[in-house]
Design a binder for this molecule. Structure first.
Ligand SMILES: NC(=O)c1ccc[n+]([C@@H]2O[C@H](COP(=O)([O-])OP(=O)(O)OC[C@H]3O[C@@H](n4cnc5c(N)ncnc54)[C@H](O)[C@@H]3O)[C@@H](O)[C@H]2O)c1
Ligand SMILES: O=C(O)C(=O)C[C@]1(C(=O)O)C=C[C@@H](O)C=C1
Length: 359
């Protein structure tokens, strides 16, 4: 079986870079995943968690051999990183990034890297670093793709296909529109989480306040625990759109303050807000914890699923979930979910004994 890509490279091996690396490897989408990061500890961790096959603290001739390059450093570092990799980049490589802001990034990288198409997975976590990465982070996420006017349709299609192979949903948006929308749905909420924490931090009764923090404060402010550098770059680089969102937010707060004297008006506002919050689309995440999943590489021949199911059934292993990940002419991969770590380990043993490659 031939994977989709021969060599993929990830530049910035943190939470997002690591999750892309794990997705590529676990879904057999690349034969070899290379990782670049100036921090040797991040690279060591990438090898330990299985997010990369080869690691580099220096850019070099290896960059020219990539079929795909994913820039996954903090947004403020992307233009300089793009300039640095462009010294080695070959014309055939498809380049993308996962940065949270698109306008300035697309403007800086498009002239530097032939075949660059911007991207932003709308998924993440308040944790940072590759040790918290997992392929499931990107599954079922909306992944925005922001072509420029010069992007060839085949490059946009190639990135959209890769996003789908990683289990996410591609959504095409112009960079400026992306930035206006995420200013409201992601960057403003981050800034508010920071503001709420600063409000507590500067209060004389801070210790008591923190002791009383229940689900409300915790849910509302979770993202303030994210990487300060990553988040600082995100809001700074999108400051123009964020200022507009902040102005609208101040107006809403003032309206709500006035409604404190108007119980009926306040109730109507609360009902409207509840309706909006309750109608957020439900994102279906994998029903089983990631650690009980196995991905099995299968040749494109009849009877593979039956062969796997029979072998596991005879060994008394119960398959709880099954998903066909990628089947092309040459073969593909199947994800199997199990109810416990022990069953997953037993399944791996059984499948390897009858000749399957399993991750
Ligand atoms: N964390 C999220 O929830 C989230 C979600 C979607 C997109 N993003 C975007 O993904 C990117 C990475 O964020 P993250 O959360 O993985 O951060 P992270 O802090 O977990 O990892 C960032 C990594 O980039 C490395 N790095 C720093 N400067 C670099 C450089 N010049 N060249 C190469 N590597 C460099 C760091 O050593 C680190 O390993 C950012 O652009 C961010 O905007 C983050
Ligand atoms: O922490 C999460 O759950 C996130 O989804 C993180 C989040 C967000 O809050 O929107 C943060 C920045 C991104 O660029 C994308 C996602």
């Amino acid at each position: 079986m031939q994977p989709v890509l021969r060599k993929a490279g990830i530049f910035g091996m943190g939470l997002l870079g690591g999750s892309v690396g794990l997705g590529l490897r676990e879904r057999f989408l690349a034969q070899e995943v290379h990782a670049y990061d100036p921090d040797p500890e991040a690279l060591e961790a990438a090898l330990a968690v299985g997010a990369a096959d080869r690691v580099h603290t220096e850019l070099g001739a290896w960059v020219a051999e990539l079929d795909l390059g994913v820039l996954a450093a903090p947004v403020g570092a992307l233009p300089e990183l793009g300039r640095a990799v462009s010294a080695y980049a070959a014309p055939h490589t498809l380049w993308t990034d996962v940065g949270s802001v698109k306008g300035p990034v697309v403007a800086a990288l498009t002239p530097l890297l032939p075949r660059f198409v911007g991207g932003h997975p709308m998924a993440g976590s308040e944790r940072s670093g590759v040790r918290h990465a997992h392929a499931g982070l990107l599954e079922n996420a909306v992944w925005v793709i922001t072509p420029s006017e010069a992007t060839p349709p085949e490059d946009q299609r190639a990135l959209a296909q890769l996003v789908q192979h990683l289990g996410a949903y591609p959504l095409i948006l112009p960079p400026a529109l992306h930035d206006r929308l995420v200013a409201r749905i992601s960057h403003l909420p981050y800034l508010l989480a920071v503001a709420l924490n600063l409000l507590v931090a500067q209060n004389g009764e801070r210790e008591h306040l923190m002791f009383l923090a229940a689900g409300g404060f915790r849910d509302l402010t979770r993202v303030a625990s994210g990487s300060p550098r990553m988040s600082r770059d995100m809001v700074r680089e999108n400051r123009a759109a964020l200022r507009e969102a902040l102005a609208d937010f101040r107006a809403v707060l003032e309206e709500l303050e006035a409604l404190l004297e108007d119980p009926e008006g306040l109730l109507a506002a609360a009902i409207r807000a509840k309706r909006t919050r309750d109608s957020l689309p439900i994102v279906r995440r994998s029903l089983l914890p990631e650690m009980y999943d196995l991905v099995v590489q299968v040749p494109d021949r009849p009877g593979q699923i039956a062969r796997i199911a029979t072998a596991l059934g005879e060994a008394g292993v119960n398959i709880k979930d099954i998903e066909v990940l990628t089947i092309r002419d040459e073969g593909g991969a199947i994800r199997l979910g199990f109810g416990s770590r022990e069953e997953s380990a037993r399944a791996r043993q059984v499948l390897e004994q009858i000749g399957y490659r399993v991750r």
